[in-house]
Write a protein that binds this ligand. Structure first.
Ligand SMILES: [Cu+2]
Length: 427
């Protein structure tokens, strides 16, 4: 058999023993319709591998992922790796990066995970419907040298709208689309572990996969610090006060257990128990300080070479706009033909976001993290999603160094479905 030089090289590469860390982890994700228990009852859901949430994907920093999406739905499927810096063709966005995977077909997502942190994956096709019905899961990239904790616990905040019969309410209510979105009437914290010892040191990874709901988390029974937002370590860990998490956002906390652990949601003036972690035994509390997470290496911004304005428009009580949907960005509803910005790889850009609506929005950029700029003009945290209250203005600065076509949209998925999406081009 004749071999081309490329085939020969490939064979050699495959024969040389690859270190365990760089061998791709093969993972299979099969979305399908199932009946499963969620929010305490049996419900018809959409699930990855039969589970809601989908299986937790946990890799070590520097690993390669090889994830086969095997579509078992009666509908299209796509998966987006939220917050992960993947090659553009692996980003899972219909029209911009790939064709939808039709029923019975599969697609291989392959990418490296050089950056540690708490991320998640979710459907990016009819995501308003598919995510609300269960197509999401945690995606954890462990540090090469992770901080020492007794338990590393993933917490996903999820809500669902149920009708009078206790079934998922799929009725179309235009008033939900024009306001704060479809907020569920049941909500809970889905914990990967719910028993710990008094004195244990925990790492808690909070993820908000709810389609529209913002949470304001208040934790009791814990003494510690907020160490990362949207997967990115904070240079100075913050006091463990209430944590506001908009759809898609994440937060890492490292804390010692000092009593019964409860998670309450106090957004929208509520005070609701979302979950608790029970005490089972005791150990002497660590005397070590709460550690800082090792910094992730990401490009540092220079002076912005391009600036864009992004007006968030529409919804109930706001002036009319020329877009065809309820919501619009810069007078257009849905992905425009031209990108908001088109720049060369490595360009620092500034985007001035102005929320001209009467509702909060959380703007998510694919393929990159950006800095929020504080009121005083300083660099705030690095995030992939920034929450703007009604009437608020926010500047963000990003180094666009990942080539491709990247979506920038509201992660309140009913707002995205009804107009709030645009994109950036990086060549
Ligand atoms: Cu929105």
């Amino acid at each position: 058999m004749q071999m081309t030089r490329r085939q020969a090289l490939t064979l050699v590469a495959a024969t040389v023993a690859t270190p365990a860390l760089s061998a791709p982890r093969r993972i299979s994700l099969r979305p399908e319709a199932v009946e499963t228990t969620v929010v305490g009852r049996r419900l018809p859901m959409l699930a990855f591998n039969g589970q809601v949430p989908g299986p937790e994907i946990r890799l070590r920093q520097g690993n390669a992922a090889h994830i086969r999406l095997d579509n078992g739905l009666d509908d299209g499927a796509l998966v987006h790796w939220h917050g992960l810096r993947v090659p553009n063709r692996m980003d899972g966005v219909n029209v911009l990066t790939q064709d939808v995977v039709i029923p019975g077909e599969s697609f291989d997502y392959r990418f490296d995970v050089p950056v540690a942190g708490t991320y998640w994956y979710h459907s990016h096709y009819l995501s308003y419907e598919q995510v609300s019905r269960g197509l999401f899961g945690a995606f954890i990239v462990e540090e090469r040298d992770p901080p020492e904790v007794d338990h590393d616990i993933t917490v996903q905040l999820f809500d669902m709208l149920l009708d009078a019969d206790g079934q998922p309410d799929d009725s179309f209510d235009p008033s939900q689309f024009a306001t704060a979105g479809r907020l569920g009437n049941v909500k809970l914290a889905i914990l990967s572990r719910d028993r710990v010892r008094l004195g244990d040191r925990l790492r808690l990874r909070f993820i908000n996969p709810s389609i529209d709901r913002i949470y304001r988390l208040e934790l009791s029974g814990l003494d510690g610090r907020i160490v990362a937002l949207d997967g990115m370590p904070l240079e100075a860990p913050q006091a463990l006060g209430p944590i506001v998490l908009a759809p898609g956002q994440r937060c890492d906390v490292i804390a010692d257990v000092t009593g019964d652990v409860t998670l309450r949601d106090t957004y929208y003036g509520a005070d609701d128990l979302l979950g608790r972690i029970a005490l089972d035994g005791e150990r002497p509390r660590s005397r070590a300080d709460i550690p800082r997470l090792p910094a992730n290496r990401v490009a540092q911004p220079g002076r912005p070479a391009a600036v864009a304005m992004l007006d968030l428009q529409g919804g109930a009580g706001a002036p009319a706009h020329p877009g065809t949907g309820t919501w619009a960005l810069n007078d257009t509803s849905g992905l425009p033909a031209e990108p908001l910005l088109s720049v060369r790889r490595g360009t620092t850009v500034r985007i001035e976001i102005v929320n001209q609506t009467n509702f909060p929005h959380v703007m998510h950029l694919h393929g990159h993290h950006f800095y929020e700029i504080t009121q005083k003009g300083q660099f705030g945290p690095k995030r992939d999603s920034t929450l703007l209250a009604e009437g608020e203005t926010r500047s963000i600065i990003a180094v666009l160094d990942n080539p491709g076509r990247w979506m920038l949209h509201c992660h309140m998925l009913s707002h995205q479905a009804d107009g709030m999406a645009t994109w950036l081009a990086v060549s």
